[in-house]
Write a protein that binds this ligand. Structure first.
Ligand SMILES: [Zn+2]
Ligand SMILES: [Zn+2]
Length: 451
């Protein structure tokens, strides 16, 4: 949460005149009347924030309270923390837009034909969910993993059962809410339009009754809740995906009269040095020299996520070509929630493993003597194998006299990933329907229209 000092961009030791100066400077910058239309919404919220910070910090009493408790709420809550309590956020935390006058309430009732409405909008009655983010490795997702965290949360006080008062305490009806536990608030929703909402009474904290300070429960000092520390276990099952969330229901803070929120753990997978995951399949790269591609090889190509070496032994005569992948069935990731096989077996379905083969061709001038070339010529096919390809590429010598042929020896090799970037290759913009008009024959033609 940004502190009020940070909002005003002043030191915590700032004097009232420095605070005033800082406020004036920022208020001028963000005044909604001084910005363009598109910046207005941002400026308005910024302006409110600055004004609120100034109101507190310029008031000696409020400033002292804020410095001591880190909050602007005299009752000890945290209304400024919009991210913390969805309730505060939703109801605006008291900032602007609220019309407390009874006139508005009457106006509202008249609009609805009089009498209190029964379709009351109640505040969200659940404590906030706790969210945890962790990073896991691909090995974790392959083998499965249990993550344990220490959780410290509020639980309902075991001594007073959440009343906050001693058993002997004398309870009095709360005068502010007439014992209802909630109060009406009128909120402006548009020009001339208001709506009523019910918010928890802050005097009795929604219980409808109050008691004397000395009757507070000793264990929770009247806060109704106590801290509990426990270990939470999140079971990441084999084959889970990066970004999945595990929900432990009702493990967040407890509060009397509220449903308990959940604890949610979201895990993201770190990049792996060897494997890339696509769906339930795994991809890895392996580089071989040209000789191996032509004559075969037998080699451990990858260390799997469970530590096993995966050795590939190519069958005699097998040629690996540029762009080839070696596919090994059932060596990918375990499939999460895969239905068990009917035919017994382990029932553990798995994706596949793809080894992308990168063939390294020899360097320029790789041969030692000219004779090597002749040997190669005898060994390797030196003509295209498809008659069709040969025919397609043969240029009729008769129609092209020797004098008309240029021999090029000065050229460079351009790599595929280093070719020029052609910006104009972007797809052409599509025509909107209203740029077309149907002619008598029903065919659509773009209409030439200058804007
Ligand atoms: Zn208690
Ligand atoms: Zn009350």
């Amino acid at each position: 949460m940004t502190s009020l000092y940070e909002i005003l961009e002043v030191e915590t030791t700032a004097t009232p005149s420095e605070i005033k100066k800082a406020y004036r400077k920022l208020a001028l910058r963000y005044h909604p009347d001084k910005v363009t239309e598109e910046d207005r919404e941002f400026a308005e919220s910024k302006f409110k924030e600055i004004s609120h910070a100034y109101e507190i910090l310029i008031d000696e009493g409020k400033k002292e309270h804020y410095d001591t408790y880190g909050t602007t709420d005299q009752n000890g809550g945290a209304p400024g923390d919009f991210a913390g309590n969805p309730f505060d956020n939703f109801y605006g935390g008291g900032a602007g837009g609220e019309y407390g006058a009874d006139d508005f309430y009457n106006f509202f009732n008249n609009m609805n034909g009089g009498g209190p409405s029964h379709s009351r909008q109640r505040p969200p009655n659940k404590t906030e969910d706790a969210e945890i983010d962790v990073e896991v490795t691909l090995e974790d997702l392959f083998k499965g993993k249990v993550i344990r965290t220490t959780s410290t949360r509020n639980i309902i006080c075991t001594h007073c059962k959440g009343s906050g008062a001693k058993k002997s305490a004398v309870l009095k009806k709360c005068g502010v809410c007439e014992g209802e536990g909630h109060v009406r608030k009128i909120r402006r929703v548009g020009p001339g339009l208001v709506t009523q909402e019910y918010v928890t009474c802050s005097t009795c904290e929604g219980t409808g009754s109050i008691y004397r300070t000395k009757d507070r429960c000793k264990k929770c000092t009247g806060t109704k809740v106590i801290e509990e520390t426990k270990i939470l276990e999140f079971d990441i099952v084999k084959g889970s995906k990066s970004g999945d969330t595990i929900v432990l229901p009702k493990e967040s803070d407890q509060f009397p009269g509220k449903e308990t929120g959940d604890v949610k753990l979201t895990f993201t997978c770190k990049d792996h040095a060897v494997f890339t995951r696509k769906g339930d399949d795994l991809y890895a790269k392996f580089k071989i020299p040209l000789f191996d591609a032509l004559c075969g090889f037998s080699q451990v190509v990858v260390k799997h996520l469970d530590g096993r070496g995966i050795k590939i032994s190519t069958p005699p005569g097998k040629v690996i070509r540029p762009g080839d992948y070696i596919k090994i069935k059932n060596e990918g990731m375990p499939v999460k929630d895969a239905p068990k096989s009917w035919f017994g077996g382990s029932g553990a379905k798995r994706g596949d493993l793809y080894i992308e083969v990168d063939i390294e061709f020899p360097r320029d001038n790789w041969y030692l003597e000219k004779n090597d070339i002749l040997k190669m010529k005898n060994l390797l096919p030196n003509e295209l194998q498809s008659k069709h390809d040969i025919k397609k590429q043969t240029i009729d010598g008769d129609s092209l006299p020797e004098a008309n042929i240029d021999t090029i020896t000065e050229f460079t090799i351009a790599k595929a990933d280093a070719l020029p970037d052609y910006a104009e290759d972007k797809p052409a913009p599509e025509y909107n329907d209203d740029h077309y008009h149907e002619d008598a024959y029903g065919s659509a033609q773009p209409e030439c229209q200058q804007q």
